[in-house]
Design a protein around this ligand. Structure first.
Ligand code: AHN
Ligand code: ZN
Length: 330
């Protein structure tokens, strides 16, 4: 038995049309509120090649020829990317009295912009593998493929996009020297022997009164199986920046790598940048369970290209780039 119910049919049609309009208008409203930002594609192969190239110079220990050559290349590379480059040279004194000819290298993109984001990594490599399993090599230098070169490799790949495809904010890339000349772990140290380049920068910023909205330090961001925790000094000085970066990582599907739990406190370059007055986080591979607290090859001869993973470089690169390109002026 078939019967026609005009009122029922009319109501159903009305409901369907209404629902359709609702869906459309709310979706359009969302689009108006959050205009999609075009984030250039971070090329992990390119970042990887930049890591390998740094390692190919040899040990980037202050005072060596490899160190001088690497500095030349880094400055030239930033310049070729369209940055205004400042080289900040100084002779710093290590824990054991060694004089370290040091060079912080700053690449500024859109230097005329008042609103800025600071991206940092250290480019020197450690002079001694004091955690090497073989005691004969504990005063031997390391490649520093992860400890140093990985962060710089990611920043150079980001730098490649900044001039051609400028974000709203100005960006400064600060490549710090003499981070890793800290006293060997069997020698007493109050912590001040680390991060000499950033200590120098904090006392002599490349521009007097330099300001940035926030900073992101990359340290050991290339090893297979990397885990990033909310490092304690970052949490103390810059928890809102941690929130922003961890949220971006989660949106990109990297919440398995950017763990939403607190990690240890690390005496690293960001400490001095925070004390200077720029809220700065440290994206640093920590392994709370390991005997050093860091990745398994930390400060050993095993910190070489064999353990660098493009997936990790890509996760960090895409996350940092997303944050930079989504940052609004005003
Ligand atoms: C200390 O071990 C005190 N700080 C580690 C900072 C560091 C060394 N980052 C890389 N290498
Ligand atoms: Zn180190």
């Amino acid at each position: 038995m078939k019967r026609f119910y005009p009122l029922y049919t009319l109501c159903m049609v009305a409901v369907v049309v209404w629902a359709g309009c609702q869906g459309k208008t709310s979706r359009e409203a969302v689009r108006e509120e959050i205009p999609a930002v075009e984030v250039p594609r971070f090329d992990a192969d390119s970042a990887y090649a930049y890591v390998a190239h740094q390692v190919s110079f040899g040990y980037r220990v202050p005072g060596t020829e490899a160190h001088r050559a690497a500095a030349e290349w880094l400055a030239a590379k930033l310049q070729a990317c369209g940055a205004t480059v400042t080289r900040q040279e100084a002779v710093l004194t290590a824990w054991d009295g060694t004089r370290l000819p040091s060079c912080n290298i700053i690449g500024s993109f859109a230097p005329e912009k008042a609103t800025r984001v600071l991206l940092l990594a250290h480019w020197d490599s450690r002079p001694y593998a004091d955690y090497d399993p073989d005691p004969d090599f504990r005063r031997h230098p390391i490649d520093g493929a992860n400890d140093g070169a990985s962060g710089v490799g990611v920043l150079l790949e980001i730098a490649r996009h900044l001039a051609d495809n400028p974000p709203q904010v100005g960006v400064d890339i600060l490549l710090l020297d003499a981070e890793d000349y800290g006293a060997p772990h069997d020698v007493y140290d109050d912590g001040s022997s680390w991060a000499l380049g950033s200590q120098y920068w904090a006392e002599h910023p490349h521009k007097p009164g330099y300001r940035a909205r926030f900073g992101i330090l990359l340290d050991m961001v290339g090893a297979k199986g990397a885990m990033f925790y909310r490092e304690q000094f970052s949490q103390y000085w810059a928890s809102a920046v941690l929130d922003k970066v961890w949220a971006a990582a989660a949106r990109l599907g990297y919440d398995y790598m950017f763990i939403d739990e607190s990690g240890g406190g690390v005496t690293d370059d960001h400490l001095y940048i925070n004390r200077y007055g720029i809220p700065t986080i440290d994206i640093i591979h920590q392994e709370p369970q390991s005997h050093t607290g860091f990745f398994p090859y930390w400060h050993t001869r095993g910190d070489n290209m064999e353990h660098i993973d493009k997936t990790v470089l890509e996760a960090v690169g895409r996350t940092v780039m997303t944050v930079v390109y989504e940052e609004k002026v005003q």
